[in-house]
Design a protein. Structure first.
Length: 251
């Protein structure tokens, strides 16, 4: 029976259920906003169900109806931050002035740095894991969101491989210790199956990009530089050199 011909009582019951679900979703979003506020203002140790309940004028047991424990709360917060970061990178990638692998990667790398510098506590939570509950290993609730972010970066690197401009190590030259680790990475890539040599280059490129961004975010360049921007751009050109042997590699 279609909804338009359902009894009035059934329709009212369905509307009440939909209203409860909307209210529940709104309350869960509000809880995450408070959790993020505590993270930013007071640090990761301040993110607790009791503190959030106090800010929202609720009892801690009342909050448990939405998040069963601290781990579930932190997992949800971590997933929401990964989703926000991934969305920012996707937007930068798709709005890049030069729609080529090099141009899209450049825009995305710059967006990663911009997000990290304007969201330092959030960046620290999802990348340095100051709270054990923020881990996103396979099987953790935030794992899918973390791979949405990872998929943006790996997807861009895969574009270089598909374009035939990715410089690869010679087959057989990789340290055997790399191979099982790279095979695990490849399992996450679905239909995109670049060779292990390409994944090796991807890991090198990502480690340099993440290393540069994290050093700036955590203040490890302050001893030498008041503006690390030019150093970031220099390193970005080097990273593009790892990924692209094509002409015009001078973004």
């Amino acid at each position: 029976m279609s909804s338009e011909f359902a009894p009035a009582s059934t329709q009212r019951a369905r509307h009440r259920e939909e209203a409860r679900e909307r209210q529940r979703a709104e309350t869960k979003s509000e809880i995450l906003r408070h959790a993020r506020g505590l993270l930013v203002d007071e640090g990761p140790a301040a993110v607790s169900l009791r503190a959030i309940a106090r800010e929202m004028g609720m009892t801690a047991p009342g909050l448990y109806r939405y998040y069963a424990d601290h781990r579930e709360l932190v997992q949800a917060l971590t997933a929401s931050l990964y989703d926000e970061l991934a969305a920012a990178l996707e937007h930068a990638r798709d709005q890049a002035p030069e729609q080529s692998p090099r141009g899209r990667f450049t825009a995305t790398a710059r967006a990663l740095r911009a997000w990290a510098l304007s969201h330092k506590p959030e960046f620290a939570l999802i990348f340095s894991k100051p709270i054990p509950d923020a881990g996103c290993a396979p099987g953790d609730p935030c794992h899918t969101a973390s791979w949405r972010f990872g998929g943006v970066v790996v997807g861009l690197m895969t574009e270089f491989w598909r374009a035939g401009t990715l410089p690869l190590p010679r087959p057989g030259t990789l340290d055997p210790g790399w191979l099982p680790q790279l095979e695990e990475v490849r399992e996450h890539l679905g239909s995109a199956q670049p060779p292990l040599e390409a994944l090796y280059v991807f890991v090198l490129a990502w480690s340099r990009l993440y290393g540069m961004v994290s050093m700036e975010v955590f203040g490890h360049l302050d001893f030498a530089l008041t503006d690390p921007g030019p150093l970031f751009e220099h390193n970005l050109r080097d990273i593009l050199g790892l990924l692209d042997t094509g002409p015009g590699n001078d973004q």
